[in-house]
Design a protein. Sequence first.
Length: 250
Amino acid sequence: MNYKNKILLRKQYIDKKMTTYQIAEICNCDPTAICNWLRKYNIPIRSRGEACHLANGNHCNLSQKAKEWIDGELMGDGSLRLRSKYSAEFNYTSKYLEYINYVSNTLRSFGIKQSGKIRKYYYKEMDCYTYHYHSLCYVDLLPIRKRWYPNNKKIIPRDLKLTPLLLRQEYLGDGSLHHYKKSRPAIELFTNGFLTDGVKWLIGELSKLGFKSTRQPSRNSIHISTYSTKDFLSYIGECPVECYQYKWNY
């Protein structure tokens, strides 16, 4: 490659996102020479942060199943955190070490690796220990982060398609099976962290699936009727972990 050729230089640097070091290695020259020719042709040179990201950024090819699973966890206690403007990391906290290990193993199967070790903290308010998971930062998690946090506040994206997997993960994280003395069990989904209009939209989507549900105004949560609870549990399938099996004990 002739790095003094403007068209070829732009193609490698802008279109293919190659670094000045990579281009210099191909052309058998010094990276400084590449930078000088970029300036000469008025090709914008990347910031140090973007250059480091392109050189060291993590990538994964998320399947449809992976995206549904992540969306379901984000409906519950999962979160995506920005470490830079180029990528995001997945975070999860639980009082069950079994569930944290399940989260870590599932994400690893999707190509998302754990960052460091699972951390353990004492949660004074609940008088229990909690376990914290963090993934490495991935470019592929950034579009999901932007869907769920358009103004840095978590919302329910309107392009969500409710599936058994998505609803199972939401139920695991933020669902509860209430048993009553004189009636059949009912389910509550704790959606109180979301805006009211998002919760109402979600109720409409649940109704399309045939699940009778209403919003509980005092807590902004979703109550799934006793008439639909058994069907809901059948729809989402079996519990994948022992620690939350009690939520399936109809």
